[in-house]
Design a protein around this ligand. Structure first.
Ligand code: AMP
Length: 216
């Protein structure tokens, strides 16, 4: 299946797309990670993108499309995490997939908590592993003991986890969300999932929405 996981910052897209991709053995294509890879590589593009990311502003559509395009493999299952984030990205994605003879099977939109709660969730405990890029939350999805060997960490707070950057991200999400919702509703592939529940319950709701595909 080809899936897109959307929602405001702090709604748990990263956590859920990781869990679903691990359960179904699907590739996960996280546009935020593609942006951070460029920043870490300290390329010319990376230096330009750091400004957008630190401010919580969206990277221009053409740039994000260039980063995503090579990953849109027509074979096999994948989950897009945080893409499309504008209605223009949604339209271009449709065209890109059509050219490859495929289309999105399901768009999962996480929704529910208000902006203050979303910001509180992120600032109170989001951590990212510098080793694997995996996102954790100190309370809701704690990082493993590095001695276990699954992820050695270190687990750090992201540079863009500031209240100002988070408010900017929420504002741009709210500006685009309705149009994106309508776009996929019309296609009959949208499922809205309550992001206010516990992490495992949300995963179950998403798997239900996907028709409980079997592990490959
Ligand atoms: P995230 O890890 O999803 O919170 O994304 C981190 C940053 O990457 C965002 O604040 C944006 O600057 C950029 N970004 C991620 N996904 C997109 C997207 N689909 N369109 C534009 N910018 C994006």
């Amino acid at each position: 299946m080809k899936i897109s996981m959307l929602g405001p910052v702090g709604s748990g897209k990263g956590t859920q797309s990781q869990r679903i991709s691990e359960k179904l053995n699907y590739a996960r294509i996280a546009t935020g990670d593609l942006v951070r890879d460029q920043i870490e590589a300290d390329s010319e593009l990376g230096r330009e993108l750091k400004g957008y990311s630190d401010r919580g502003e969206l990277v221009p559509d053409e740039v994000i499309l260039d980063l995503v395009r090579p990953h849109l493999n027509p074979a096999g299952g994948w989950i897009l995490d945080d893409f499309p984030r504008t209605i223009e990205q949604a339209r271009i994605l449709d065209e890109e997939l059509e050219r490859r003879g495929v289309s999105l099977d399901r768009v999962v939109m996480l929704d529910g908590p208000d902006d203050d709660e979303l910001i509180e969730r992120v600032t109170s405990g989001r951590r990212q592993s510098l080793a694997t890029g995996r996102v954790y939350h100190l309370e809701n999805d704690p990082p493993p003991d590095p001695m276990e060997g699954t992820d050695p960490g270190p687990f750090v707070q992201r540079d863009d986890d500031t209240e100002e950057a988070l408010r900017n991200q929420l504002e741009s999400w709210r500006e685009e969300a309705e149009a994106i919702k309508e776009h996929y509703e019309k296609k009959g592939i949208l499922t809205i999932v309550d992001a206010g529940k516990d992490v495992p319950e949300i995963t179950d709701d998403i798997l239900d929405a996907l028709g409980n595909p079997q592990r490959r």
